[in-house]
Design a binder for this molecule. Structure first.
Ligand SMILES: Cc1cc2nc3c(=O)[nH]c(=O)nc-3n(C[C@H](O)[C@H](O)[C@H](O)COP(=O)(O)OP(=O)(O)OC[C@H]3O[C@@H](n4cnc5c(N)ncnc54)[C@H](O)[C@@H]3O)c2cc1C
Ligand SMILES: *[C@@H]1O[C@H](CO)[C@@H](O)[C@H](O)[C@H]1NC(C)=O
Ligand SMILES: *[C@@H]1O[C@H](CO)[C@@H](O)[C@H](O)[C@H]1NC(C)=O
Length: 804
């Protein structure tokens, strides 16, 4: 306990130190709070990043009573050691069965929090952690069914959840697919009553859970249904000649069967293969067509590419966007952000596998930046170096974006965030190959960059949660490569099915068995296991500089020429500007002077819009220029059109904000959709209609809002059947650290919780802040009183001494 407090406190003081210079009073207030109310900041064990519903008095009813999805609820106390030790297992379970959400959802509530106590008493909770199951459509007086003696094993827990789901009596909840074994008679009529393209039949022992698991895994996919067939269903077994159990066969409407080809007959492999059958799509998403046929709304030409390769064009585009667009939103960079920027640029200069021209530029930016000893840097000054205003030879970063492997089917999909991931994967691999000395160098640069600058703030928050949880475990260059890969997969898991997912590029656990079959393996108990012996070399080769394709890059001499022109243009404009200013000043009273100024401003606006168009891929560009490569031209025009270079940052800042929202604010967009519930309801009905209908249930049941709306805050999740244990060199320490890591991370995570207001980037509830203020005032008054008291006393004494 003491250790936990100690760590949590030192974390906070660390933060306070950063701000202390600016706001001393507030920091005193914070100290008071921390000293007097160490519990005011008590965190629960889960955050919204965990895909677990966080229950509180305000939402208990809506989740536990009359819900279309069954609920599994963990009642815990944040101070209880067992609960802390169990929380990683529960989180893993949440990732593991996230595709089951419409049928069964996970929730948790912290009974140690004062405001939750009554809820826990109502549900008769006596010990922690307790897990209870609430069937779908529970009544308001339902207490839930205790799941007793659960283990800390995810597979075991998953099976218990299925057992509980099967206790649903008639009427079977429509959101839950049928789980009972099927028969030959049922299958023969299957396609008459179900509008799907495939029926996957999983042949297995009665004891096996595989069939039911895969049924639930594919619950949210259209055009496919999954049923289990028992080994004892003799007629079917002989008809198909099934000899292996488990095995999976696909049954087509035409009446034929084929065996599903997978490297292992196990859950992940079935899920991955079935999901990829032609025509199978996530409910509510359009069916992908051939990539070449995508017409993006930008009308930019689609650039064909190989999905299994990394493109330099994406990396350079990510650099451009990061350094010229995202950073430009910060007109002055100082403090923590400046440190982040220095680290980021230093890592780029060291490890970016760029062309000589780009490397020259990165090195010059780096040496300039590292020489800045002031505690702040203006973006304007940074940009001068970035644009090579000094005209050093053979030094440039191409302007504009030109996405290739990161192209999206719509302008709001993929692009920059995809580029950021790719960039940092490449950097971790480059650091490994170059034998860097600091294992966490690249990751901490990424963490800093994302924390300080990444425009999608919600992404940054999620990433920071992950980093805080486990980045400290990275102790070698190998584990740094693997850490990023595994956390990226976690993000993929969380985002699978979310509205930010490009239907043409579904979020998957990467690499798929098709990309690297040797990377996948199974444990003795049938659970998926990443084979790190194969995976690691795969990552090294996939992201190695030798393998990066240079297709679609603008050639160097063109880029340099444009840079020269732009520079010359700027110089000219500067001179013209000065002349104009002199003229305006001289003729300030003449009526003709007004329009001149306005004209200039209008001229400036034109190209601005166009640049934004290039960034966000807007279609306005088309009317203005018929250039096939529009991204480069308007940028140049901006350079020319700009009369006042010193005005640049503010202009850029304004423009950028819009572009940024367009591209990265995906989660909030997703939430909006979910709240509106438009596409989901439709999808939901399809999920239900797919369920095998018994004779008496031929009519589709009345539409009931599915559990999907419940996901509003969390997004629809993809399957992570997999949790890399980073065994190569971090595995051993991990177990030991698990507990400490939990202690360490929790308090801090609290700051990310909803319902907290953000003060100086540290979250405190209104109550906390209120208390702080009261305490601060009280203590000041106390000090004042003491001061006055002693002052009077001394005066009295002095008077006394003076008297005799
Ligand atoms: C730090 C960070 C946090 C984010 N958080 C959120 C968030 O909270 N909510 C949100 O809506 N969006 C978030 N995003 C954006 C989201 O992760 C995707 O980048 C975006 O949706 C585009 O997806 P994509 O299909 O291009 O694939 P991306 O996930 O961007 O991946 C890009 C490419 O990397 C490869 N790849 C995929 N998985 C792996 C892996 N595990 N290891 C190595 N390579 C892989 C694939 O070739 C893929 O095409 C975040 C992005 C970043 C950089
Ligand atoms: C439960 O929900 C269904 C529809 O979701 C509704 O028809 C019914 O009235 C609800 N019952 C209660 C007790 O709220
Ligand atoms: C894509 O790249 C992979 C890996 O290098 C290669 O095996 C494959 O043949 C390429 N595909 C195409 C269509 O070029």
């Amino acid at each position: 306990m003491a250790q936990r407090r100690g760590r949590a406190t030192s974390r906070f003081t660390g933060q306070i130190r950063t701000y202390a210079r600016d706001v001393p009073t507030t920091s005193i207030c914070l100290c008071l709070c921390l000293v007097l109310f160490p519990c005011a900041a008590e965190a629960g064990l889960y955050t919204p990043s965990d895909q677990i519903v966080l229950l509180a008095p305000g939402n208990v009813e809506s989740f536990l009573v009359n819900s279309t999805a069954a609920m599994v609820v963990e009642f815990y106390a944040s101070w209880c050691g067992h609960c802390i030790a169990f929380s990683p297992v529960y989180k893993k379970l949440a990732r593991d069965i996230k595709e089951w959400k419409p049928a069964v959802n996970l929730a948790a509530i912290d009974c140690a929090a004062e405001q939750n106590r009554k809820v826990c008493i109502n549900y008769m909770i006596r010990g922690y952690p307790s897990i209870k199951f609430f069937p779908a459509y529970s009544k308001s007086d339902a207490e839930g069914v205790n799941i007793r003696e659960f283990s800390r094993d995810v597979q075991d827990l998953r099976h218990r959840v299925i057992d509980m789901l099967e206790t649903h009596s008639d009427p079977w909840p429509p959101a839950c697919p049928p789980l009972e074994p099927t028969s030959e008679a049922e299958i023969d009529n299957f396609f008459q009553t179900n509008n799907v393209k495939y029926l996957a039949l999983i042949f297995e022992d009665a004891k096996s859970y595989l069939g039911r698991e895969v049924t639930l895994d594919l619950l949210q996919f259209d055009n496919i249904a999954v049923r289990r067939v028992l080994k004892t269903e003799q007629s079917l077994v002989t008809r198909l000649g099934v000899t292996e159990f488990p095995s999976c066969y696909i049954y087509y409407p035409a009446g034929n069967f084929t065996r599903l080809k997978v490297s292992f007959d196990a859950r992940t492999f079935y899920f991955s293969a079935l999901q990829r059958l032609p025509g199978v799509v996530r409910s509510g998403k359009p069916a992908p067509v051939l990539l070449g046929n995508i017409t993006t709304s930008t009308e930019e030409l689609w650039r064909p590419f190989n999905k299994s390769r990394v493109y330099m064009a994406d990396l350079e585009s990510a650099l451009h966007y990061s350094l010229r667009v995202e950073l430009a939103a910060h007109s002055v960079i100082k403090g923590e952000a400046l440190t982040s920027l220095k680290k980021y640029i230093s890592v780029l200069a060291k490890y970016f596998p760029g062309r000589p021209m780009v490397m020259n530029l990165l090195r010059s930016v780096n040496s300039w930046l590292q020489n800045q000893t002031a505690n702040q840097v203006s973006y304007e000054a940074f940009r001068e170096i970035l644009d090579n205003s000094a005209q050093a030879p053979d030094t440039a970063l191409p302007e504009g974006v030109r996405w290739v492997g990161c192209q999206g089917s719509q302008p709001q999909f993929r692009r920059y965030p995809c580029g950021v991931w790719t960039l940092f994967h490449v950097l971790t691999v480059q650091a490994y190959s170059a034998g860097g000395s600091d294992p966490s160098e690249v990751l901490s640069a990424m963490r800093g960059y994302v924390h300080s600058f990444f425009g999608c703030r919600e992404c940054a928050e999620h990433f920071e949660n992950m980093a805080r949880d486990s980045m400290a475990e990275v102790n070698s260059l190998t584990s740094s490569v693997l850490w990023l890969w595994s956390r990226h997969n976690r993000v993929n898991n969380r985002l699978a099915g979310a509205l930010s997912e490009d239907p043409y590029f579904p979020k998957i656990q990467w690499p798929t068995p098709e990309m690297c079959s040797a990377c996948h393996s199974v444990k003795d108990n049938g659970e998926h296991r990443w084979d790190l012996e194969h995976l690691f070399p795969f990552l090294l080769s996939y992201f190695s500089s030798r393998e990066i394709l240079t297709d679609y890059l603008e050639n160097e001499s063109q880029i340099l020429e444009k840079q020269r022109e732009k520079h010359a243009g700027q110089q000219q404009d500067l001179a013209a500007q000065k002349r104009a200013e002199r003229k305006v000043r001289g003729a300030v009273d003449l009526p003709t002077s007004q329009p001149t100024v306005q004209e200039e401003e209008e001229e400036e606006e034109g190209p601005q819009d166009e640049e934004e168009g290039a960034q966000a891929g807007a279609s306005e560009m088309k009317g203005k220029t018929s250039e096939p490569t529009p991204w480069a031209v308007p940028e140049m025009e901006i350079g020319r059109g700009r009369r006042q270079p010193h005005k640049r940052p503010s202009i850029v800042g304004m423009r950028i904000r819009e572009a940024k929202e367009d591209i990265v604010d995906l989660d909030s967009q997703a939430n909006r959709y979910y709240k509106a519930g438009v596409p989901q309801l439709d999808a939901a009905s399809r999920v239900k209609q797919r369920t095998l209908q018994r004779e008496k249930e031929q009519e589709p049941r009345p539409m009931v809002g599915l559990g999907m709306e419940l996901d509003a805050g969390l997004g629809m999740m993809g399957l992570e059947l997999i949790d890399a244990d980073l065994k190569l060199d971090v595995g051993q320490k991990r177990q030991k650290r698990e507990l400490i890591g939990q202690y360490y991370g929790r308090e801090a995570e609290l700051t990310q919780k909803g319902g907290l207001i953000s003060l100086l980037g540290i979250g405190f509830s209104k109550l906390d802040v209120g208390l702080c203020v009261v305490l601060y005032v009280l203590s000041s008054m106390c000090l004042l009183a003491m001061y006055l008291f002693f002052k009077n006393r001394f005066r009295l004494q002095r008077v006394k001494f003076a008297l005799p």
